[in-house]
Design a protein around this ligand. Structure first.
Ligand code: ADP
Length: 472
C-alpha cells in the first residue's frame, strides 16, 4: 500500500525532479509504503538558490504577515492531523494514538506558539543611543532525524521563518513523508515561493552538500552526536552559525523521600516512549541503594503495560524500532550490558514471541548497572532502562553528571525544594521536578555533547537572528 505518490522535491514552490528511486519501509511489516526521490547536489543548489532569492523579500515582509502564514500552516496541520499521524505510524512505528497526540500535537503547538510569539518578539529595540535590530540570519539548512520527524522539522522551520530566514530542509531518509506532507501544507497555505524548500535524499551526500553550501548562512541540525560533530567541524571551517540538538543519556533521580511508585512508573513510561527512540528519554533510573529492590519490582510491573505489536492496533503500547540496523545495535548493547554484570530484570535480546516480522525489541530493564559501564554511558536509542543505585543525594547527582551528554533529566523528592536543590547541580538543558510536564514554551537543548543552541518558544526564534546595532 502506497501512502504517498512521489512528486519529487519542493523547490521554489514547485514539485520537481521526481525519480522515485528510494523506497520507504514500514518497520512493522517491511512493506514499502512509498517511493521518494533521491536528490542530487544540483537539486540542493537549486533549493539554496531559491531560498537565497526569496530571503530579502521575506525578511522585509511585516512580522504580522509572517506570523499569519505560520498560523495558516497550524490550521492546516490541525485539519490534516489524522493523515500526518498515520504517516508517522507507518514510517516510524509509533502507536497511532500517541503519534497523533505527541508527534502531531507538538508541531502544531510549535507553529501556533511561534506565530503568537513572533508578533511580540523584539525585532527592534532601543538601547541608549542605539537601535538594535534583530535581523534574520539568512538561509538556513535544516537537517532532521526520523524519530519525531514532524516535531523536529517544526521546531526549526517555524522559528526560522518567523525570524525572517528562509529554509532548505533535508529530512531523514528513513522517515521523509512528513516533510513532504508539510511541503503540501505550505503550498496550500499560499506560502511565497522559495521560503520553504524540501530536498530528500542521502545525508552523507546531499545533507553534507547542503550544510557546506557557501550560500547557507546557518545549519540547524538534530541527529546523532557523530554527525553533529562532523557538521560542527564543517561549520567552523566556514565560520557558519550552527545549532545542534544531539544525543542524550538522561537520568531520573529518585531521592530517598520521593513517591517511589509514581517516580519509577513515570520513568519507565518516559524511557519506553516511541520504543526508546527519543533523544531526551530517561534511560538511567538512579534510586537509593536501600530502595533498590522496591524500585526493581515497580519497574518490572510497570513494563507489563507495554504490549508490543502493530502500532495501528489500539491495544499496542510499543511498536517496532525503525530499522534492522537500529534493532541489531540495541540487541548488541543488551548483550554487552549482561556481559558487564547488569542483572536482567525483564526483556532481553531475543526476538519477542510471535513478532518475527518487524523490527521489534522487548522492553528491557537491567538492575545493578555500574555507572562506568557501557549501558550507563552509551545512548541505546531503544527500549532499555538501566537501574543504578546511589548512597545519597550528592552521589545521585554525581552519577547523573557522569555522562558526556547533558540533555534532560528528572528529579523526584518529598519536597520540591529538595528536588530543586539537586536539579540545580545537574548539568543538563532541562529537568522535570516531581513529574513536571513538558512545556513547549521552555527552551529545549543540551549541555556538553548533547549540543548547543535551544529550540522552542522565544528561545527558538533567538537562534535565528543576528543582533545589529545602529548608533545614533
Ligand atoms: P540518526 O542516527 O538519528 O539517523 P544521523 O545523524 O545519522 O542520525 O541523521 C540525522 C540527519 O542527518 C538525517 O537527515 C541524515 O540523513 C543526515 N545526515 C547523516 N549524515 C550526514 C552528513 N555527513 N552530513 C549531513 N547530514 C547528514
Amino acid at each position: 500500500m502506497s501512502i504517498w505518490s512521489d512528486k519529487g522535491h519542493f523547490i521554489n514552490g514547485i514539485w520537481t525532479g521526481a525519480n522515485g528511486a528510494t523506497p520507504v519501509e514500514n518497520p512493522t511489516d517491511h512493506s514499502i509504503i512509498a517511493h521518494i526521490s533521491a536528490g542530487s547536489t544540483r537539486d540542493v543548489d537549486s533549493a539554496v538558490a531559491a531560498a537565497k532569492t526569496a530571503w530579502p523579500a521575506w525578511m522585509a515582509t511585516p512580522v504580522a504577515e509572517r506570523a499569519a502564514l505560520l498560523a495558516r500552516v497550524a490550521e492546516l496541520i490541525e485539519a490534516r492531523q489524522d493523515d500526518l499521524a498515520r504517516a508517522i505510524t507507518f514510517e516510524v512505528g509509533m502507536p497511532l494514538k500517541l503519534a497523533k497526540m505527541i508527534q502531531v500535537g507538538l508541531p502544531l503547538q510549535s507553529f501556533q506558539n511561534t506565530s503568537r510569539i513572533a508578533s511580540a518578539f523584539p525585532f527592534e529595540r532601543k538601547v541608549g543611543n542605539s537601535m538594535v535590530l534583530q535581523e534574520a540570519v539568512g538561509v538556513v539548512a535544516a537537517i532532521t532525524p526520523w524519530n519525531y520527524p514532524l516535531h523536529q522539522i517544526a521546531a526549526k522551520v517555524a522559528p526560522a521563518l518567523a525570524a525572517g530566514c528562509t529554509v532548505v530542509l533535508k529530512p531523514a531518509d528513513l522517515a521523509p513523508l512528513n516533510a513532504l506532507l508539510l511541503a503540501d501544507i505550505f503550498e496550500a497555505a499560499g506560502a511565497p515561493a522559495g521560503i520553504f524548500n524540501v530536498v530528500t535524499g542521502s545525508g552523507a551526500k546531499i545533507g553534507l552538500h547542503l550544510a557546506t553550501h557557501p550560500d547557507v548562512d546557518m545549519i540547524s541540525f538534530t541527529g546523532s552526536t557523530r554527525t553533529g560533530a562532523t557538521l560542527a567541524r564543517e561549520a567552523s571551517a566556514q565560520i557558519k552559525r550552527v545549532s545542534l540538538e544531539l544525543g542524550g543519556k538522561s537520568a531520573a533521580l529518585v531521592l530517598e523521600d520521593a513517591d517511589i511508585v509514581k517516580a519509577v512508573k513515570a520513568t519507565v513510561n518516559a524511557c519506553f516512549l516511541n520504543s526508546g527512540q527519543t533523544c531526551s528519554a530517561l534511560t538511567r533510573l538512579i534510586v537509593p541503594a536501600s530502595r533498590k529492590d522496591e524500585a526493581v519490582e515497580i519497574a518490572r510491573e510497570a513494563t507489563r503495560a507495554f504490549v508490543l505489536g502493530d502500532p495501528m492496533d489500539p491495544a499496542t503500547r510499543l511498536g517496532p524500532v525503525i530499522s534492522e540496523k537500529q534493532r541489531e545495535g540495541i540487541r548488541r548493547l543488551i548483550r554487552t550490558a549482561a556481559d558487564e554484570g547488569g542483572t536482567l530484570v525483564t526483556g532481553g535480546a531475543e526476538a519477542p514471541d510471535g513478532l518475527d516480522q518487524g523490527y521489534f525489541v522487548k522492553p528491557t530493564i537491567f538492575a545493578d548497572v555500574i555507572p562506568d559501564s557501557t549501558l550507563a554511558q552509551e545512548e541505546v536509542f531503544g527500549p532499555v532502562l538501566a537501574i543504578l543505585t546511589a548512597s545519597d543525594d550528592d552521589d545521585a547527582v554525581a552519577i547523573a553528571n557522569n555522562s558526556r551528554y547533558g540533555l534532560s533529566g528528572s528529579v523526584w523528592a518529598g519536597s520540591s525544594e529538595r528536588a530543586t536543590a539537586a536539579a540545580r547541580l545537574i548539568r543538563t538543558g532541562q529537568i522535570e521536578i516531581n513529574g513536571g510536564r513538558f512545556n513547549a514554551l521552555a527552551p529545549f537543548g543540551g549541555f556538553k555533547q548533547s549540543g548547543y543552541g535551544r529550540e522552542l518558544g522565544v528561545y527558538g526564534i533567538e537562534e535565528f537572528v543576528e543582533p545589529k546595532a545602529l548608533q545614533f
